[in-house]
Design a protein around this ligand. Structure first.
Ligand code: GTP
Length: 884
């Protein structure tokens, strides 16, 4: 506040003259916001007696105004005294005049400023009022527009629905001319929006025309929505929200979804439409802020490991939630999923974040990390028995030798006398030492197992019959053993036989870089007789000696690891896997992952069928309790819990599926068809099912060997277990047959095979499979054609007969001419035509054949250019079936 003193003002004209010794002045007070107030100040002068001290000036404000803070023009006591009434006023000094003049000027300036401030304030108020008025009017106008727009939308929507209904009814009535039901009638008025198109705040069609210049409004509104979407896009990219976001649908549907939520829409029950872009963005923002929407669960937030893909149930499991909770979250994000559906890691991460869990993303292959334990410390290692594989040529006595060593006889039990089942046995010697033998059907299975990474064998015993010597499969076995880097012990068998010549065997082996000790080499050779049980102890002694050299050790005090030697589906016992423990000890109750199968060990049985509680290193044991039969050569490992087992097996199963798809039957069929089209090698497609893996491999190998450049076998699928409907479907699709070895088709498969005409053949002897397939392949060989000369006839005369054409009057000069035979027309020793006869007549009668020397009439089918003197050569084509 500032006061302005207006003293010594000249008397105003309206003021009455009075003798009162009073002097008035006005004080103008300025307040904030330009408010001012004028205060009149009266100054009374009193007489001052000479010699008496001057009384102070007493001011009596007429209004209750605060006293002026300063009286710039107030006279000093001396001046005041001189102004006393009764005292002659003295003239003001120059100094006083100057001061008063300055004060007056100041007061005038202040007054001017206050006036200006007041004017400014008034102007501002007027403007503010005008603005508010405009805003009020605009709001009212907008409200009116909005109401009108809503009304129009409602009407348009209703019209569209009516229209759709009408069309639907019409379609139902008239099936021949179906009209697509659409929400956007093609004949809508210009400017009118398609039914359901509701851009936020866009003026309705009708008011747009009346309210004037707002033509750019709808597109702008649309753009805003678009911007919102675009804004959310990078977030999506960053977080990879796998929400079925309001992805634009085609046409009016997509547009419609961008609109505001109206009552119609809300009641329409269309979830997708009711989810606006803004809500999606809000959701994303929530996501980005890491705001937890759901409760983490009873155990609180945790770290959830998420692989590249995961099933809904597994994700729920890892978050300690119910699967239905996960499904709810997915649905909320616009994704319909069931418990068993596989979702990608991004989606899973979103769900986990929703529950406030932290996520640990792992690559697919990471699940295998740490599956197998690390190296064992040297002090934990203990000696273990050697694992021996017996290999050799067919009938050289592998099984007999193993039998002799085990003092059991399985040869008689084998159909056809062939070792068809891979078995693994441990023999305990008189000394108490143990040797584990793996009986394979041949080196192929050994290699197949090696190919799967199962390096189970420590020593190979190469059986060579002393009477037969080194044979092709002996050579192959040597190659396989060498490739595996496994030491060989040669067992020269059948030394009891008359024609046995062990030295010949030894020298023959030299050609294959096997130098036995007798001949100055390092390879141990033992002359044995499996039948007469000669030198068997020497053989075992040599095996143990070799094992000693190899210094075979393993840690038995750890979780078990090993390899699957054989697996089968046993009717009574379910999936049974013969496993060889390589380190650690396998116990009943352990959770085992074997290849892409897993299970809790229900029962362990040794080779004699006895139940054992555990199996240590180099012990072969049958495992019961697996979910399905793994493949021979798969590794097995004991894991800490079921979740881990599931994780690993799911990953492996997926990888195998992918690998199979890469060489899927469809692809094979395509190749097959291509080959057929190109007249290339003909393949006989087969689906092969057997009771054990070893048999499938043995049959597969044997059948593949049957192939030639022209024909061959295409094993579309081979596996262990009964023949199922899917096998039949596969065989049918490829036009192939099914081979069941020691297995049968189930009911569904039988019915389907009957319906589709797919042949299923059952066998229990490999030779028979090979023979039958050989015959089938022979049938596929293109038959040879051979021409058989019949006879010659000379054309004596040519007659032209109406309706028949040219007929040759001939005489058979050589052999016979038969009806239906093929003929060539030879003119001057040159073949001018090759075709068939249409007529063969003797006199007027059709005859079957005409002998040499006889005359006949002949006409060619579709050929008229015959001349006298031409020779007709008759011949037949014989087809000769070939065999492999
Ligand atoms: N005299 C004699 N015969 C033997 C001896 N060992 C095996 N045999 C016979 O040789 C034949 C073949 O023996 P297997 O043990 O079945 O031979 P394998 O090598 O296992 O044959 P595949 O299973 O077909 O590979 C049988 O008839 C045996 O009786 C032996 O030491 N002396």
């Amino acid at each position: 506040m500032s006061d302005t003193n207006d003293t010594k003002k000249p008397a105003a004209a309206h003021k009455t003259l009075s003798l009162k010794k009073t002097e008035t002045s006005t004080v103008k007070q300025s307040f904030s916001h330009g408010r001012t107030k004028a205060v009149v100040v009266e100054k009374k002068r009193t007489r001052v007696e000479p010699g008496k001290p001057a009384a102070p000036v007493k001011e009596t404000p007429k209004a209750a105004a605060p006293a002026p803070a300063a009286q710039p023009a107030a006279p000093k006591p001396a001046a005041a005294a001189s102004a006393r009434p009764g005292v002659v006023l003295r003239q003001l000094t120059d100094e006083e005049k100057a001061r008063r003049g300055a004060a007056l000027a100041d007061a005038r300036i202040a007054e001017e400023e206050a006036r200006k401030a007041a004017e400014e304030e008034a102007r501002r108020r007027a403007e503010e009022e005008a603005r508010l008025k405009i805003e009020r009017e605009a709001a009212a106008k907008r409200k009116a527009e909005e109401d009108a727009r809503k009304a129009t939308e409602e009407a348009a929507k209703k019209r569209a629905e009516d229209e759709a209904k009408r069309r639907l009814e019409k379609e139902n009535k008239d099936d021949t001319a179906p009209a697509p039901v659409t929400h956007a009638p093609a004949t809508r008025a210009p400017g009118a929006k398609p039914a359901g198109f509701k851009p936020a705040g866009a003026p309705p069609a009708a008011p747009a025309a009346t309210t004037g210049p707002k033509p750019a409004e709808p597109p702008r509104r649309k753009l805003v929505v678009k911007e919102e979407e675009e804004e959310s896009a990078p977030k999506k990219a960053g977080v990879k929200v796998p929400v079925k976001a309001p992805a634009a649908k085609k046409g009016s549907d997509g547009d419609r979804r961008r609109g505001k939520l109206t009552v119609t829409k809300a009641l329409s029950g269309d979830d997708e439409r009711t989810r606006s872009v803004a809500s999606f963005r809000r959701h994303l923002q929530r996501m980005n802020k890491g705001q937890v929407v759901q409760q983490a669960g009873p155990a609180g937030p945790r770290e959830v490991t998420i692989p590249e893909t995961i099933t809904v149930s597994e994700l729920a499991n890892r978050m300690a939630r119910r699967a239905v909770d996960v499904i709810k979250v997915l649905m909320k994000n616009g994704m319909m999923a069931t418990v068993n559906d596989v979702i990608d890691a991004d989606t899973a991460e979103l769900v986990a974040a929703e529950y406030g869990h932290t996520v640990k993303r792992v690559a697919d292959s990471d699940v295998l990390e740490g599956l197998k334990g690390g190296e064992d410390a040297a002090e934990e290692m203990q000696s273990r028995p050697p694992v021996v594989t017996v290999m050799g040529h067919v009938d050289h006595g592998k099984t007999s030798l193993l039998d002799a060593l085990r003092a059991t006889d399985v040869v008689g039990g084998e159909a056809g006398g062939i070792t068809q089942h891979i078995g693994a046995y441990q023999v305990q010697l008189k000394t108490g030492q143990k040797i584990t033998f793996i009986d394979t059907p041949g080196h192929a299975a050994f290699t197949a197992m090696r190919a799967r990474g199962a390096e189970v064998t420590d020593i190979v015993v190469l059986v060579v019959a002393a009477d037969d010597g080194v044979m092709p499969q002996t050579v192959e076995a040597i190659a396989h053993a060498k490739a595996a880097g496994v030491p060989i012990i040669v067992a020269i068998n059948k030394i009891d036989m008359g024609g046995a010549d062990p030295m010949r065997v030894k020298t023959e082996l030299l050609q294959h870089e096997i130098q036995v000790e007798d001949l100055g080499g390092e390879t141990i050779a033992v002359e044995v007789s499996a039948k007469k049980k000669i030198n068997l102890d020497k053989l075992t002694e040599m095996i143990l000696l070799q094992a000693e050299v190899l210094d075979l050790k393993a840690n038995p005090n750890r979780t078990a690891e090993g390899a699957i030697i054989e697996a089968k589906l046993d009717r009574g016992r379910g999936p049974v896997a013969t496993a060889l423990v390589q380190r650690g000890t396998l116990k009943v109750g352990d959770i085992v992952v074997a290849g892409s199968e897993w299970g809790r060990v229900r029962l362990l049985q040794n080779e004699r069928g006895e139940t054992v509680p555990s199996a240590g290193p180099a012990v072969p044991v049958e495992i019961l309790g697996l979910s399905a039969a793994p493949e021979a050569g798969d590794d097995f490992v004991v894991v800490e819990n079921e979740a881990r087992a599931r994780e690993v097996t799911e990953y492996r199963a997926r990888k195998r599926r992918e690998a199979r798809q890469a060489t899927s039957s469809r692809q094979t069929l395509d190749q097959l068809l291509k080959q057929r089209a190109a007249g290339e090698r003909k393949l006989l497609p087969l689906v092969l099912k057997a009771d054990v893996q070893g048999s499938t491999e043995a049959i597969d190998g044997a059948l593949n060997k049957l192939g030639t450049d022209e024909v061959g076998v295409q094993v579309l699928q081979s596996g262990v277990g009964g023949i199922t409907e899917s096998d039949v479907i596969l065989a049918h699709a490829s036009g192939g047959a099914i081979i069941g070895f020691n297995v049968r088709a189930d009911k569904l498969a039988r019915e389907r095979a009957k319906r589709d005409g797919v042949e299923i053949r059952y066998y229990n002897i490999i030779y028979n499979v090979v023979d039958d397939i050989k015959a089938a392949l022979s049938g596929m060989l293109a038959p040879e054609t051979r021409e058989k000369f019949l006879g010659n006839a000379e054309i004596l005369e040519v007659f032209t007969i109406t309706k028949v054409g040219k007929v040759a009057g001939c005489r058979v000069t050589e052999g016979v001419v038969r009806r239906g035979a093929k003929v060539r027309l030879i003119r001057d020793h040159v073949v001018v035509h090759e075709g068939e006869l249409s007529t063969l007549k003797r006199f007027k009668d059709e005859v079957k054949e005409v002998q040499v020397g006889q005359e006949c009439g002949m006409a060619f089918a579709n050929y008229q250019d015959i001349q006298k003197g031409d020779v007709i050569e008759a011949f037949e084509v014989e087809t000769i079936q070939r065999a492999l």
